[in-house]
Ligand binder design. Structure first.
Ligand SMILES: Nc1ncnc2c1ncn2[C@@H]1O[C@H](COP(=O)(O)OP(=O)(O)OP(=O)(O)O)[C@@H](O)[C@H]1O
Ligand SMILES: [Mg+2]
Length: 287
């Protein structure tokens, strides 16, 4: 039997919720793969199943009404049904997540240094002083000028851009093998968004960390991803390299997404998305 060198291999993943009204089938046989160090985008409209996919990878869907099938193979081991104590060892260590709304990602009642402490502790042992120094060094490396002040701050005392750098630094401090980045559907400030992408690129390349980036913005996909999966209503409707997808989209939903692509402005930054996908067209081809 040959060992797979894939970092992550999701096979025939199904997810449903038992609701009062009946069963809600959310993921229908999703399969996707990431190599070590690979940058992959997962795109799809709101409610298509992107965030629940990341939650399953992190072991965060354990309610009684959840039914899941298939396999999530991480480092050659099926993690779909790991215990919470085993997931705790993986989360923040082998796999990190960034919710790209920094305000939502940081705990409002704790100083930044205390949030670094949790991550630095990581189930092991570290003194508060050593954690502070480690965090300080990491923040300095990402060009944060006054790291001591940042560490002594509460999240609300930081600008959005600075909070974003802190969140990314925190997610990367244990050099995870996989980073999940879940971008909100609401438009971020494009400059902040681009700086966040640049920082993510810089840090993940330094550690050969694979990234699964969830975004609605095809401009971001074009800038960032090597491979793309398109998800529509719990089904992967298209996958390919970025060039295949942009030059030769096969599925009508992908075409519609590409038609909604932001035009590039002179400075290379994507502009705000002015043309939403043609949902009538999508409906016509998917039902
Ligand atoms: N805990 C839950 N119980 C029941 N249904 C859920 C639960 N979590 C998610 N869902 C449903 O699963 C579907 C997929 O949700 P998910 O959050 O993954 O969407 P998404 O693709 O991330 O959308 P968005 O782009 O808006 O973030 C939605 O229909 C959602 O209502
Ligand atoms: Mg989501």
């Amino acid at each position: 039997m040959s060992m797979s060198n894939k970092l992550l291999k999701i096979q025939d993943l199904e997810l449903s919720f038992k609701m009062y009204e009946g069963i809600s089938y959310v993921l229908k046989k999703i399969s996707l793969e990431l190599d070590r160090g690979e940058k992959v985008a997962l795109v799809g409209e709101s409610g298509s199943g992107k965030s629940v996919t990341t939650k399953l990878i992190l072991g965060l869907l354990n309610q009684k009404n959840v039914s899941k099938k298939g396999r999530i193979i991480f480092n050659n081991k099926d993690i779909l049904n790991l215990s919470q104590s085993e997931f705790k060892k993986i989360r923040g260590n082998n796999i990190s997540i960034i919710f790209q709304d920094p305000i939502a990602a940081l705990n409002p009642v704790f100083k930044i240094k205390d949030q670094f402490y949790e991550v630095n502790l990581n189930g092991g042992k570290i003194s508060k002083k050593d954690s502070f120094l480690k965090a300080c060094e990491a923040l300095q490396k990402v060009s944060i000028r006054d790291p001591e002040r940042v560490l002594e701050s509460y999240p609300f005392q930081l600008s959005g851009g600075l909070a974003q750098r802190v969140v990314i630094t925190m997610a990367m401090i244990n050099k995870p093998e996989l980073l999940l980045a879940d971008e909100p559907s609401t438009a971020l400030d494009v400059t902040v968004q681009n700086q966040a992408l640049d920082l993510m690129n810089e840090l993940t390349e330094a550690t050969n960390t694979a990234v699964l980036l969830i975004t609605h913005n095809m401009g971001v996909v074009r800038k960032f991803a090597e491979k793309v999966y398109v998800i529509y209503r719990g089904v992967i409707v298209e996958e390919g390299t970025k060039n295949q997808l942009f030059n030769n989209p096969g599925h009508p939903y992908t075409k519609a997404l590409l038609e909604s692509i932001p035009k590039l402005s002179g400075d290379g930054l994507p502009k705000h998305n002015e043309n939403p996908p043609d949902y009538a067209l999508i409906k016509k081809y998917t039902h």
